[in-house]
Design a protein around this ligand. Sequence first.
Ligand code: SF4
Length: 220
Amino acid sequence: MKNLYNALNLKKLLTLKELGFNFIDPIEEFKESNIELPNNLQSLKKIANSCHLCQLSKSRTNVVFGEGNEKAQLMFVGEGPGATEDATGRPFVGRAGELLTKMIENVLYIKRSEVYIANIVKCRPPNNRTPTPTEALTCRPYLLKQIEIIKPKLIVALGSTAYRYLTNDNTPISKIRGNIIDLKDFSLIATYHPSYLLRNPSAKKEAYVDMLKVKEFLNL
Ligand code: SF4
C-alpha cells in the first residue's frame, strides 16, 4: 500500500501548501494513518468511485472499477478505460471489448460473466494515451486489492502496460507473450491488447494460440 500512502501524503502536502504552510513537522504529519483498503469489492468500489488521487480524476466521466465474477479463476487486466468505458463506467465495452468478449466466448467457451475484467488505471487517460508511471502506480493498489479479494488462478495481462505494472518487468510483449509465468499468488500470461489486434489483425493468430494456453492451463 506504499504508493497509496505516498499519494495521500503528497495530496496532503499540496493542500497544506495551498493553505500557506511552508514547513511541517515530518514526524507528526507523516505518521502512517490508518489507511487500509477494504477486503470486499463493494466497499473498495465505493472508495475508487470517489478517488481523486491522480490527475486522471479531472477528466474522467466515470471511474471504471471492473466487473465480473467475484470468485473468478480467470481475470483479464487491460491498460485503462477508453471513451466508451469512460461514458458507461464498464470495462471493455467498446470495439476492443467486443473482441475480448469474442476471445472469451468463442475460444475459451465460457461466458464473459464468468471472468473478472479490470484495468491498471480506473480512469480514462485523455486521448487514450498510455498512463504515466505515476498514474499507474498510484492506481495499482486498487487492482492489487481486487486480485487479493478475487484470488484468480490465472491473470491474462492484455498488452505491455498491464504486463509491466503487474510484474515490474519491462520485457516487450512480443517477447513475453504466451509464456505462463508463476508469480507468488497467481499465474500470469501476457497477450496482445485487443486494441492492438484491431489495428494489427495478423497478430490475432498469436493471440488465439495464447488463449488456447489459457484454456489448457485452466482445463476449460
Ligand atoms: S486513475 Fe485510479 S488513482 Fe487515479 S483518480 Fe482514478 S481511481 Fe484514483
